[in-house]
Ligand binder design. Structure first.
Ligand code: ADP
Length: 659
């Protein structure tokens, strides 16, 4: 959820940050050289007063109030912003403080939060100009620049590389086994893509799901699986499929009033919606052992996370492309942030360590065994980390490395250089490169997922109104026509979206759907910031987005009739929930953006990294988006979080045991 905050950073910077960060873990100790002394600043002849500056950050406007006396800046306060908490907090913490201390707009990069950093600098530069100063001259002044410290060498039982969900789970799980752990994270904050995600974890928990009434159309989906021939599945999946059919037979004989689920349905969903053909004609589907391990361990992992302090919303979720309602969603913090905050804190509380702005560059390999990691800190300090028992690679995918996505692509065919991404900046494929150097095999690298419902302008995941249930998604193109069954796999939705005029579409919501979408964003904030259009009638909404009002009204009337009949003859949609009939009405502009890279290092169910010839590479484990084999050609919404926590937990446990 975006936030609108007013933080006074004058002198009380640290205090006010503590207040707004709630329980953000304290930064890990950093070995850095002392900052150079500020150079004297020329007399400025500024006009004293407080000025307001604005600039565009990652999620929206960043507004700062800057107070000057004749000689320089005496106070900076951030009046408003909507940047993602945790990930952007280091920028809000450091940038105003550095500007004040050095009276300069120059400073080191805040790794992973540079867009926010530049927005703050640019907004302050506006104020400098307003006060009669020269922003260009302020940008030239000697600013904060850290210098590399003395080389650092440390030893632990387990070294975890990457501080997203998989890395955090691996660290905490290794600590459970009594291991001494050091986790390193390339950016200035823990969390990675996990924190930017909705945090929804797919796990079949039939007893809990039974408490939810069935939605229109769900029984038809189950009937579809019931009617399938087991021989349509690869041999290794057939026994599971037959077990599922036995369960379905029983359920379909009931009044079908409650939500059915089973780990077997989860396995079959993952296989069925992930099996795809590449551009080169090869077919791909999830490796049975891996898919089975993920789905059978998912509920235990939810329970393990509960023990670690994660709390869950009582309602089951079905994010876009999840294809079934089995999502567990964290309750205490917005989106995936809860994992980063709570698991990060456990690492510190147990006396272990994470090092931020510390990027692994290579693995240390001795006699074919991985025994450590060479890393570099943001200030250039060299770090050597030796692992007594194992190294876990949890560096995430390569979705923010467009060139790499293009090079491996075997599905889309035409990914433009300026393709937008939902990814955090750290997702550049580092772990894959390091794994390759150690002789690792790769699997499924040609398949990157496009998130169909990304922000049209920025690629961000969660701007606008995003319902909790895919059944409440209603897409129209910019001619006002629906064009797809919105409860489709993500690749289908993206493919159909690309075919629409201008490659974009709108998500339509009424007041009830907007209420339901509050699990992620606040409609008032989204409307205020121009990311959502709102009107009291459908006709007015159509005019706002330049669509023929008669067409939009006709489409929504048709849609409402489909909800009544639980069948949409136009697109084949069968899964429905709310109608579009209560003012006000909303339209959120959307387009696909690169989201999840489904291929990666080849691992076994113990998360050992396998060589090209399928042998275990001693000492090396991997978990999360850096690995491949689970999701094949199309990942289910909610399965990434299942994958990273199930496998992060296994990786940490096995690495700690040297197993
Ligand atoms: P996953 O979902 O698999 O945990 P995430 O994207 O959530 O993946 O997290 C991966 C994390 O790894 C990110 O925070 C990213 O910045 C970090 N990372 C990527 N490359 C490196 C590296 N070379 N050294 C340390 N951390 C890295």
């Amino acid at each position: 959820m975006k936030r609108l905050i007013a933080i006074s950073m004058v002198l009380l910077l640290a205090l006010s940050l503590a207040a707004c960060q709630r329980e953000t873990p304290a930064p890990a100790p950093q070995e850095t050289a002392p900052a150079p002394q500020a150079t004297p600043v020329p007399a400025a002849g500024l006009t004293p007063g407080t000025y307001q500056g604005t600039a565009t950050g990652r999620n929206g406007m960043v507004v700062v109030d800057v107070t000057f006396d004749e000689n320089g800046i005496t106070a900076i306060s951030v009046a408003e912003h909507e940047e993602s908490s945790i990930i952007s907090d280091p920028a809000f913490e450091r940038v105003p403080a550095n500007i004040m201390e050095y009276q300069s707009l120059q400073m080191d990069t805040v790794t992973g939060a540079t867009i926010t950093q530049y927005a703050i600098i640019s907004a302050v530069a506006d104020c400098v100009a307003e006060a009669g100063g020269d922003p260009a001259e302020w940008r030239q002044r000697a600013g904060q620049h850290k210098q590399a410290g003395a080389d650092v060498e440390k030893t632990a039982d387990v070294i975890v590389v990457g501080g997203g969900g998989a890395g955090l789970a691996a660290a905490v799980s290794a600590i459970d086994e009594g291991a001494k752990v050091i986790l390193i994270e390339k950016t200035a904050a823990l969390g990675g893509n996990t924190m930017l995600s909705g945090g929804v974890l797919n796990a079949a928990e039939p007893e809990w799901q039974k408490g939810h009434p069935a939605d229109a159309g769900e029984a038809e989906t189950l009937q579809m699986f019931m009617d399938m021939d087991a021989n349509a599945f690869p041999e290794e999946y057939r026994a599971t499929f037959k077990t599922l059919q036995g369960q379905l037979k029983e359920y379909l004989a009931t009044d079908r009033s409650y939500l059915f689920d089973s780990p077997e349905l989860h396995i079959i969903n993952t296989y069925y919606y992930g099996a795809r053909k590449g551009l080169d004609g090869t077919e791909i589907y999830g490796i049975f052992d891996l898919v089975q391990s993920m789905c059978l361990n998912a509920l235990d992992t939810v329970n393990w996370l509960s023990e670690k302090g994660i709390s869950w919303q009582p309602t089951v979720s079905q994010p876009v492309g999840a294809m079934w309602r089995r999502g567990h969603t964290p309750a205490d913090y917005p989106k995936g942030q809860e994992y980063a905050v709570k698991l990060g804190r456990l690492i510190l509380d147990s006396g272990n360590e994470y090092m931020l702005e510390t990027a692994a560059k290579s693995l240390i390999i001795e006699d074919g065994k991985v025994i450590g990691v060479n890393a570099t800190q943001a200030d250039g300090t060299k770090v050597t980390l030796k692992a007594g028992k194992g190294v876990v690679l949890a560096t995430g995918g390569f979705g923010s490395n467009t060139k790499m996505v293009q090079e491996y692509d075997n599905y889309w065919g035409d990914i433009p250089d300026n393709a937008k991404t939902t990814n955090a900046s750290g997702s550049t494929g580092d772990g894959i490169a390091m794994g390759l150097e150690a002789g690792a095999g790769l699997v499924g690298m040609g398949y990157a997922q496009m998130m169909p419902t990304s922000d049209l302008k920025t690629g961000d995941l969660f701007t606008g109104l995003i319902p909790r249930f895919a059944a409440n998604y209603i897409f129209i193109n910019n001619e006002g026509r629906r064009f797809v069954d919105e409860v489709s796999p993500r690749d289908t939705l993206a493919i159909e979206a690309f075919k629409q005029p201008d490659g974009m579409f709108y998500m339509i919501a009424d007041a009830d759907i907007a209420e339901e979408a509050k699990w992620l964003t606040d409609p008032e904030v989204e409307v205020k910031n121009g990311r959502v259009h709102r009107a009291d009638t459908l006709e007015e909404l159509a005019r706002l987005i330049d669509i023929d009002p008669a067409v939009l009204v006709e489409e929504m009337e048709k849609y409402n009739s489909y909800v009544d009949g639980a069948k949409d003859e136009d697109t084949g949609k069968t899964n429905f929930n709310l109608k579009v009939d209560t003012a006000p009405y909303y339209a959120t502009p959307r387009a696909p953006a690169i989201h999840h890279t489904m291929g990666g290092l080849n691992i076994d169910t113990g998360t050992h990294v396998l060589s090209e010839s399928g042998e275990i590479i001693p000492g090396l484990y991997a978990a999360g988006e850096v690995t491949g084999g689970f999701h094949a050609g199309n990942r289910l919404g909610g399965n990434a979080i299942a994958d990273i926590f199930v496998n992060g937990k296994i990786a940490g446990g096995n690495a700690a045991k040297g197993a």
